[in-house]
Design a protein around this ligand. Structure first.
Ligand SMILES: Nc1ncnc2c1ncn2[C@@H]1O[C@H](COP(=O)(O)OP(=O)(O)OP(=O)(O)O)[C@@H](O)[C@H]1O
Length: 319
């Protein structure tokens, strides 16, 4: 097990209290595994992803354990975390336009990243590493001498992926890596990411609001709703035997490619206010099956046919 997240709670301090963005989340990640993390905007996916690198804003407070190779990095200070970031755990952000410094040549972006972990590396060697990973993502190494603003959106995202992978981290966290790109470029980028992930035998956490994006890539999928991990199972079980009413609704809301049935189904209602979250299940007010206990008590994680599901409907099945 490369990563174990235990009882993770993340609260943002705001003027009127705390936003409970992540509550009591437990997840494990194995070597070479891809875990998809899905849910609609505001459910806490990015907060969880960023907490693993401790790059949350100052008003965020993390409780719980984040065990990376059995060491609790949740307790690490900034200096210790700097040794982890990029080299052991790296992140691909959703918008390469803002996360790549446009006034640096691409080769200098690589040199900066490599030298921050290997200060004594000869420049020639660092450039060779950079050229190799750039060609792996389909960019001619000669373009290292250009600035990132000279690249198209899809090419910038390839540069971003190459930069995140150049130090061969054990875990890469990809946060909506293709959201800002058109569908064809999205597919190309995901193919590159999958190929490199397999070649380098990395583990990946793929964060997205789009269940379709994780369909082919993820081994397991975690579904988040309003700060709770409501369901966790293999990708197959999530698609073919979804257990949580929210997962079921999310699957129904995927636009159908069949022209005859092009109805996009929305889930009625809104996400709850996370400053004053509901007492029980956070999906209860939108759930067609809600019973009284759902409004009163947070469901535990029930284990049903190999799926972890946080829902009172499974109370009688098995705890
Ligand atoms: N800096 C912050 N201060 C206060 N609250 C925040 C802050 N950042 C995020 N939040 C809140 O935390 C909750 C989770 O946000 P988060 O961005 O993790 O969700 P998300 O699922 O990744 O959404 P998106 O896909 O839109 O980024 C939301 O209610 C959000 O408003």
């Amino acid at each position: 097990m490369i990563l174990q997240i235990k009882n993770l709670n993340i609260n943002y301090e705001v003027r009127n209290g705390f936003v409970n963005a992540v509550q009591d989340v437990n997840i494990t990640l194995s070597e070479n595994e891809t875990l998809g993390l899905v849910g609609e905007s505001g459910c806490g996916k990015s907060t969880l992803g960023k907490s693993l690198l401790k790059i949350l804003p100052k008003n965020a407070k993390i409780d719980g354990e984040i065990l990376f190779k059995n060491k609790n990095i949740a307790k690490y200070n900034e200096k210790e975390m700097r040794k982890i970031r990029g080299k052991h755990i790296s992140m691909i952000f959703q918008d390469p336009m803002t996360s790549l410094n446009p006034i640096m040549k691409v080769k200098d972006l690589f040199l900066e990243t490599i030298k921050s972990h290997y200060p004594d590396i000869p420049e020639e060697e660092a450039l060779e590493m950079s050229g190799k990973i750039l060609s792996d993502v389909g960019i001619d190494p000669i373009r290292m001498n250009e600035y990132s603003f000279q690249f198209s959106g899809g090419m910038r995202q390839r540069v971003m992926i190459a930069l995140s992978l150049v130090l061969k981290p054990e875990i890469v966290i990809a946060d909506e890596p293709t959201t800002s790109l058109d569908v064809i470029v999205q597919a190309q980028i995901m193919t590159v990411l999958k190929k490199l992930k397999d070649e380098h035998r990395m583990s990946m956490i793929l964060i997205t609001h789009d269940l379709g994006v994780v369909a082919e890539l993820a081994d397991r999928i975690g579904v988040m709703y309003a700060g709770h991990l409501v369901e966790l199972s293999t990708a197959e079980k999530i698609y073919y035997e979804p257990k949580h009413p929210y997962t079921q609704a999310l699957l129904k809301s995927i636009p159908n490619t069949n022209i005859e049935d092009r109805e996009l189904r929305y889930i009625p209602g809104d996400l709850p206010n996370l400053v004053k979250p509901p007492k029980g299940c956070r999906f209860a007010s939108r759930c067609p099956y809600a019973k009284s206990i759902c409004h009163e008590q947070i469901p535990p994680d029930f284990e049903v046919e190999g799926t972890k599901v946080k829902c009172w409907l499974y109370e009688k099945v098995k705890v």
